[in-house]
Structures are given as C-alpha cells and as structure tokens.
Design a protein around this ligand. Structure first.
Ligand code: EPU
Length: 355
C-alpha cells in the first residue's frame, strides 16, 4: 500500500482546501482498505476516509491521524445489475451505464466524486437519487469488525441523508450495487422541471438516455457544478447547504416573513418533499434564501466567495483557507437566519472544523 507522511490533503479535495494528513495510505483493493482501517482501529489512531473529496471541508490544521484514500476499481455489469467499487469515478460510471442503454442514474451525470460516497448522503440531482436504484451496499463495519451487506431498506435513505451519515465512521463502503432499468435506450421519466424544459419535453416524459445525460451536463455546467480546474466557480463542494424541509406551520411563518421583507409578490420555491422522511414537509430553496437575504452570485471580496453561477456553491478563488470559507459560510447562514428565521445546515462533511 502506498504510504506518505505529512501528505497535503488540499489537492485531494474539489475545494482544494485543508492542511496535511499525518499519514496518507492509498488503498487499491477492498482487502487493502480493510487492512488499513483495522490497523488504525487497533492502534486507536483517528481515521479519515477520502474518496473523490468532493463533499469534504478539512481543517487548515489538517488531520492528525491516518487518511485512507479509497482508490479501488471495479465496474461490473450483469444484465441490469451494476456493481461499483467504492473508488470508481461516479461520473464515468454513469456515462458507461448510459452507453450500455440502462436507465436509472443518467440524471446523476457530472456529479464529482466516487461511487462509494453516493450512498452516504444519498446523492441526488435533477429528479433522481441513488436511493431509488441502490439495492445493496457492501461495507466494512468497524463496530462488528466484519464485512456486511446492507440491503437498501437498512440504509436509512432520506433527502441527502442515510444511516451512514447518521452514524459517521462506522461503515466503510466497499461496493455499491444498483438495479438499473433496460428501457430500450430511453431515460427514466424526466421529473425535474428545469431538465424537462431543457429537453423540450413535458415533465414525466422519457427521452433518449444520451439526451438526458447531455441535458443534465449542460445544466450542471451552467451552474458551475462540473469540475473545471481553470474555472474557480467550480472549486466548491457543490451545494454547501441542504434545502430546508419545513413543516406546514414553519412554512406559513416563513411566507409571512417573506411578505414582510420582500412584498407579497415574492414567491419562494416550494416543493412537496416526497422523499422518505420528508412526507408532509415542504422543501424550499436554500439558493433562493441566500440570494434574497442579500448574498447574490459572486458575493464576497475575499479569496472565498459565492460562486458566480449559483448562490448555493461556496468557492475557493485560489488562495482561500478553510477558515476563509467557513467565515463566509457563517456569514451566509447568519444572514439567512436574520432575514427569514431559517437556519441553513451544511451539506458537506466537515473534518476538524464545524460551522
Ligand atoms: N436559485 C436562486 N439562485 C441561484 C440558483 C437557484 O435563487 O443562484 C433558486 C431558483 O428559484 C431555483 C431554485 O433555487 O429554481 C432551485 O435551484 P436548482 O435547480 O439549481 O437546485 P438547488 O435546489 O439549488 C439541488 C441540489 C443540487 C442538484 C440540483 C438539481 C441540494 C442541496 N442541492 O440544488 O445538488 O444538482 O438540485 O437537482 O439538494 C449537491 O447536492 O451538491 C448539488 C449540487
């Protein structure tokens, strides 16, 4: 196993932020992952796992223990069943399923990061979430010191949430299994209104798989959500905050605040939160809240700023530190709370720091 001492972690994250790891191990097989985790656990060393680093905010002081970079490979397609090793690049895997004519994850194209990270926060975009297609997650259970296979029903999937996120550190995802759909080259019904508009179809229509993937890539690119080393608007962890889920009483109070502040014409987005755990709740838009609390696209004068393409992405303009990014995140969170009485919650995982 490749081992480096005092290894910089910033290059392993899409934000390019964070100090060094005392020790960095790169694991290329499941057995290496398990051996590295067991060794750290036996020695009582703090452990951090890194996949694609696309949803991670690491302290400027770095990580005082062992960091295991999951670099396992494996893309296995058997009919409509797909098994991905945790280290596989997610976006490349999506492209291959689209080429194979299989539907179910085509709208998750262009999401940076690794396959193993997708069940952790139940990755979702443009009307699809991995919880709809994941059948099983194979993981190393650090509490039981054994490899376990968790059926989707035991993964606790909800909006940007799962059992893995609820019990951080316990499970080390090794493989993710999916059931895709052989819909003769057609996509799953396009649910997201903006994606349907881009494709020129009604919501619910099916389109050629490749068209769905391309439309999503186009939308994501327009929002700075496809990585481009030349474009600092993409040096982010994607959405920095989750979209708030409000009870009907909270939603009513929110609408009153909005009317007082912005007038009765203001119409914040509201969607029924249909996900498991979101029944009966209204999902509103964190991006809208941020915009209307006085933080427009491009907000900020320092090295950490709101993306020029989407208010929900906080970006590193090249010379930012994690402290800069968190100062901006706190300013935004506090400003939204003061304006609308809603407290935004960060979506990325924070290591050695918190909001
Ligand atoms: N909006 C603004 N200002 C902006 C951008 C958006 O006011 O700069 C408002 C608009 O009203 C817009 C609404 O926010 O209609 C929703 O925006 P968008 O369609 O871009 O979606 P989002 O809710 O901001 C979520 C996910 C994204 C995912 C997109 C598309 C979360 C936290 N974010 O963003 O996921 O790609 O929908 O499905 O759920 C991520 O999780 O990292 C991520 C990028």
């Amino acid at each position: 196993m490749q081992e480096t001492r005092n290894a910089p972690l910033a290059p392993l994250t899409t934000l390019r932020l964070g100090g060094p790891a005392a020790r960095l191990l790169t694991a290329v097989t499941d057995d290496e992952v398990i051996a590295a985790v067991r060794e750290a656990d036996d020695a009582g060393t703090p452990l951090l796992l890194i996949g694609g680093g696309s949803n991670l905010v690491i302290a400027d002081t770095g990580f005082p223990g062992t960091v295991v970079r999951i670099a396992t490979t494996g893309f296995r397609l058997d009919g409509t069943r797909l098994e991905l090793a945790a280290g596989e690049d997610w976006s490349a895997a999506v492209a291959r399923t689209v080429e194979a004519g299989l539907a179910g994850i085509e709208c998750l194209a262009g999401i940076p990061g690794s396959a193993g990270a997708t069940p952790i926060q139940n990755v979702g975009a443009y009307g699809q979430e991995v919880s709809a297609t994941v059948t099983e997650v194979v993981a190393y259970d650090r509490a039981a010191r054994a490899t376990v296979t968790l059926p989707a029903a035991d993964c606790g999937f909800a909006y940007r949430h799962s059992r893995f996120k609820a019990d951080p550190g316990r499970f080390v995802v090794l493989r993710v299994r999916f059931a895709l759909d052989d819909a003769k080259g057609l996509s799953a019904p396009i649910r997201y209104a903006e994606a349907a508009r881009t494709l020129g179809v009604r919501p619910g229509a099916r389109v050629p798989l490749a068209d769905a993937r391309e439309a999503v890539l186009k939308l994501r690119t327009g929002k700075g959500m496809v990585l481009d080393p030349e474009d600092h608007d993409t040096w982010s962890a994607g959405s920095f905050f989750t979209n708030p889920l409000l009870t009907s009483a909270e939603h009513a109070a929110f609408l009153t605040r909005v009317a007082e502040r912005l007038g009765t014409d203001a119409a914040p987005p509201a969607y029924p939160a249909g996900e498991p755990g979101g029944e009966g709740l209204v999902k509103t838009s964190a991006a809208w809240l941020i915009d209307h609390a006085g933080f427009p696209k491009g907000y900020g004068t320092g090295p950490a700023r709101i993306s020029g393409k989407h208010t929900l992405a906080l970006t590193n303009r090249g010379s930012a530190t994690t402290a800069d990014l968190l100062a901006l995140a706190r300013e935004v969170r506090d400003g939204v709370r003061a304006a609308f009485g809603i407290t935004l919650v960060n979506e990325p995982v924070t290591v050695g720091v918190s909001l």
